[in-house]
Design a protein around this ligand. Sequence first.
Ligand code: SF4
Length: 213
Amino acid sequence: MSRREELLVEMGLGPVWRLKNAPAPDVKAEAGWIELKQQVPACTACGLHKSRTQTVFGVGDEHAEWMLVGEAPGAEEDRLGEPFVGQAGKLLDGMLAAIDLKRDENVYIANVLKCRPPGNRNPEPGEVEHCTPFLKRQIALIRPKLIIAMGRFAAQTLLSSDASIASMRGKVHRYEGVPLIVTYHPAYLLRTLPDKAKAWEDLLFARRTMRSL
Ligand code: SF4
């Protein structure tokens, strides 16, 4: 705070946030969130808007250092409007707890697609293309220190790659300069229990990477 600002505060003329020595609110980011939260529920850019119950925006700390990106909402997410609920969500919460993360506190979770593909089919390229700008905007607003891409669609979308999950694991990639680590999607892990150990390795790798940043 400059001397002039300090004097204004002492005189009771400074803004309230200055009085508490709190960091300046990022007005631009706040406006960006408000705009985005209006745009997503109103979006009809791809055919998925016709079958959705609601859009699934994302959840968590908008100032988090950690960001997790998944694929698309499933039936429960479509019903409740929150990503990663149900069995896959429980597994994810357990994985997060293992590295001291909690969805409402210090991590932000979002999907590539904001609407549910019918029957939980794979996202189509056109849907990903139309929806990815929302995710990119979320990342730009959050400015995480580390991104974990969960599953093939998240990893391939953010890295503009068609490589397999197996070949992308265990490395620090970059998305717009932000370190990005690839692991399996929790829904896949529910079907393929032996790969849970690999996902655990990925999380430990992510935690080591975060500590080194
Ligand atoms: Fe819009 Fe994304 Fe929903 Fe398609 S999936 S309608 S692009 S919000």
